[in-house]
Every structure is written in C-alpha cells, then in structure tokens.
Design a protein around this ligand. Structure first.
Ligand code: ZN
Ligand code: ZN
Length: 256
C-alpha cells in the first residue's frame, strides 16, 4: 500500500496486486502516471472515489484517458468522468479483495468509504475526508448528526483496521486533540510518534482504528473527559450527542 503525496497534503492511495493497480481519490493525474512510469508493466485498472471534491477527482479524466481504468464512486455525487455509481451495501471485486461500500455523509452529502479485509492482513479503510487521524472532515454539505452517525459507523469496524485518510493533517489535528484532552497519555505518546515520523519525512498514516478510538476527540465526543472540555470551552452544557459533536467541530474550526 503506497500513500502517494499530491498537492500540499493529499495522499493518493495506491494498491498493487500482481500487475494490477488500484488508485483511490486521484486528485492529481500526473502524480499517478509518473508513479506508474517508474514501475514498468503495471496497469492502473480500477479507481475508487470517496467524494466529488476536486482534490480527489481532478486526475480522473486524464487517468481514464491514459489507462482506461474503471471508476467507482458515490451514487449521489457528480464526478468529471462517467463512473459506476455505488452506495451502502454494494461491493466491488478487485484482485483478491471485495471492497465494501459504506455511506458516510457529513463532509459531503454523498461521501462513501471503502473497506476490505485482505486474507491474513489487517483490514483496509479508505475514508477520504470523513475521518482523519486525530480529527474529522469539515461539515460542508451535511449536519453534525450525519457526521456523528458516519463516524459511529466507522468506529464499529474491526479495531485493527488500517485507516487510510486522504490528507496528512495529523499533527495539527493532534495539537487540537491535546487541547481537548491534555491528560490523555496515549494521545501524547501518539503525537510524539507522529512528530518523529514527519521529521523523517514519513507519512503518519495508515493509523490503526483502535488507536484512533483512544486519541481522536471526534470519535470520543461522548466520553466524560471530552464532554467536560467542551463545556469548559463553551461555558454551557453540551446537550445531546449531536449538539456536543457540533460544538466540538465548531471549537476545532476556530482553533489556532
Ligand atoms: Zn473533501
Ligand atoms: Zn480533500
């Protein structure tokens, strides 16, 4: 599994099986074509898309033209190329893998995530801009309630699932996470680990889902420590789960 860096902080995830290559959210077609050119004999045959934003779809036309790859993407969103529309419950076979589609609206209205379990390995999740290490996507087209339900859905996947996010936002997310939970020792340890990785020029991803459940405030918005931190920040009671989540998201939006 290769996180191919693109733009300032995107990752285009690439998987290889024998000569076949699968790409996820190729915002930059040239980056993928250059990678393929360094690996003679490989054929990009499948592209999975999580949502319609240009930094995830900008390379589709070029890649389809150059390789003839088939494109699978959210049924509810418009993409720059013809795609096979998918939604909750659909599966896409690729090599030995069966990709399962999960509807995870919130960042965009039709956002989907892709999950598969390779035999003898930890499962893989491509979650686009829904879940980030230490954070979650902004609510551009959905409600706090939708995003909370989407994150709840992802939280129920096996704990060893490797979470492949579409952006390297980890260190800035963890700075916010520490403001929310200054006493979370696992969070502090994870931040140190990620700092070392970035200093060495390495990605902080993938991250195990089980780790995210321990350190990501947006997966922990019901925990007493996070609730208390939100109340201290806003100076008012948090109300219900969706209300608390919305306040937490709002706090992060204004966090410097
Ligand atoms: Zn996005
Ligand atoms: Zn993005």
């Amino acid at each position: 599994m290769t996180p191919l860096p693109a733009f300032a902080d995107n990752y285009i995830w690439l998987l290889q099986h024998q000569q076949q290559v699968l790409a996820v959210d190729p915002g930059d077609g040239q980056a993928v074509l250059q990678w393929l050119a360094r690996e003679p004999g490989l054929q990009l045959d499948t592209i999975l898309v999580t949502h319609h934003h240009a930094d995830h779809t900008g390379g589709l036309s070029e890649l389809v033209q150059a390789t003839g790859a088939r494109v699978f993407g959210p049924a509810l969103e418009k993409l720059p190329v013809a795609h096979v529309p998918v939604a909750e419950g659909d599966t896409v076979a690729w090599g030995p893998l069966q990709w399962q589609v999960l509807d995870v609206p919130g960042h965009t209205a039709g956002h989907v995530a892709w999950w598969a379990h390779p035999e003898g390995e930890a499962p893989i999740l491509f979650c686009g801009d829904t879940l980030f290490s230490g954070g979650c996507g902004r609510l551009f087209e959905g409600t706090a309630q939708q995003m909370l339900a989407s994150l709840d859905r992802l939280s129920q996947l096996p704990a060893q699932t490797r979470v492949c996010c579409a952006h390297e936002y980890t260190l800035s997310n963890l700075r916010f996470a520490r403001a929310v939970e200054p006493d979370n020792l696992q969070l502090a340890a994870h931040e140190q680990l990620c700092k070392r990785r970035r200093e060495q020029g390495l990605p902080t991803l993938p991250t195990p889902l089980g780790n995210e459940l321990d350190i990501n405030p947006f997966l922990r918005s019901r925990s007493p420590a996070v609730r208390l931190a939100i109340e201290r920040h806003t100076g008012a009671p948090t109300g219900d789960d969706a209300g608390a989540f919305a306040q937490l998201r709002g706090w992060k939006n204004g966090f410097q």
